[in-house]
Design a protein around this ligand. Structure first.
Ligand SMILES: CC(C)(COP(=O)(O)OP(=O)(O)OC[C@H]1O[C@@H](n2cnc3c(N)ncnc32)[C@H](O)[C@@H]1O)[C@@H](O)C(=O)NCCC(=O)NCCS
Ligand SMILES: Nc1ncnc2c1ncn2[C@@H]1O[C@H](COP(=O)(O)OP(=O)(O)OP(=O)(O)O)[C@@H](O)[C@H]1O
Length: 292
């Protein structure tokens, strides 16, 4: 008769992926900003073709600004390694974010190249440094940090605030406090869906931008061109996506027509561009953390 010996159950060691290091997070944030700025064609925005609806921006300026932000993203990640999730961390990130804005303005001689991006990518880098790895975890944790009060943040007038007062738009703060829904629910699925359909990497990035533009209440558009500009951008982006996006001739034609519409309205979807950079960053962070 066969005897059965009891076998000790194997010890299950919970494997947690190693956290990404601050230097790596800073480098990925800059890479995402460069990829966003260079992605072409983007309606109304700076890209490799030109300056879009901007008199004070250019691709070389966006690139210099992005590179100058690297030590600031690293400092934000280091703060998030040192401190637990707390108001102290929120306040330190706020101070570092304001330092990063000052550095940006020094490099660009006063031009706002990356204000919204410092906010969004700074929060996401901090979430990565705290150990979040998946796209959803990163957005959730960044949202939790954004929802904490920062007593040291002095509220000054901004275009986003005036769009909030005039149109009730929640803007960059609202997007972050809601856990970046336009990144994990819209941008990342659009980026990965386009790649799966065989689009080139650049076309997939433009398609992710279109998906975000079609849904976002972008305070850059509202501030420059009111509800008419926001509607033109949302409808045009949705139509370009429906026609097949940047990988198809019909989609490309609609993108170029939208570019013309936005230029005639002197309007630019800067918030959507920031969330494209955030999308590219979390997409990479999730992949890198699997092998970190
Ligand atoms: C929250 C910020 C972006 C200010 O927002 P506000 O709407 O008042 O200002 P402003 O109009 O100058 O900039 C908003 C920028 O956000 C982007 N944006 C616009 N609409 C949206 C949107 N719906 N979703 C996301 N981003 C958007 C645009 O690029 C725009 O330029 C930020 O500058 C800030 O206050 N930072 C404080 C420093 C801080 O706490 N940092 C912490 C972590 S880095
Ligand atoms: N490729 C890009 N082209 C243009 N803007 C971008 C791009 N990528 C990101 N942005 C975002 O758009 C914002 C710039 O938009 P805009 O020039 O409308 O803002 P502003 O300086 O607040 O306003 P204005 O120039 O009307 O006075 C930046 O904060 C930046 O984060």
């Amino acid at each position: 008769m066969q005897t059965f010996h009891s076998v000790a159950a194997p010890t299950v060691a919970w494997w947690t992926p190693p956290r990404m290091q601050p230097a790596a997070l800073g480098a990925l944030a800059v890479e995402a900003l460069l990829q966003e700025a260079r992605a072409t064609p983007k309606p109304g925005l700076v890209d490799r073709r030109g300056v879009g609806a901007h008199h004070d921006l250019s691709l070389p300026l966006m690139e210099r600004s992005a590179v100058a932000l690297e030590p600031h993203f690293i400092a934000m990640a280091e703060a998030a390694v040192r401190k637990t999730l707390s108001i102290e961390l929120r306040e330190e990130l706020g101070a570092l974010g304001r330092d990063a804005e000052s550095a940006m303005l020094r490099v660009t001689k006063g031009v706002n190249t990356h204000r919204g991006a410092i906010w969004a990518l700074g929060l996401l880098v901090a979430a990565g440094a705290q150990g979040a790895t998946s796209v959803k975890e990163l957005c959730n944790l960044a949202g939790a940090i954004a929802r904490m009060p920062d007593a040291k943040c002095v509220q000054t007038g901004s275009h986003g605030r005036s769009a909030q007062e005039t149109y009730g738009a929640m803007g960059a703060r609202g997007e972050a406090m809601s856990g970046f829904p336009h990144v994990w629910r819209v941008g990342v699925p659009a980026l990965r869906g386009a790649r799966l359909r065989g689009a080139s990497e650049e076309a997939a990035r433009v398609d992710a931008l279109l998906a975000i533009m079609a849904q976002l209440e972008d305070t850059c558009l509202l501030h420059r061109g009111g509800r008419a500009a926001l509607l033109a951008a949302q409808v045009g982006a949705a139509e370009a996506s429906a026609l097949g996006g940047a990988a198809t001739d019909a989609g490309l034609q609609r993108i170029i027509a939208l570019d013309q519409e936005l230029l005639s309205l002197w309007a630019s979807p800067g918030g959507s561009a920031d969330l494209l950079a955030a999308t590219l960053l979390v997409d990479r962070m999730e992949k890198e953390s699997k092998y970190a």
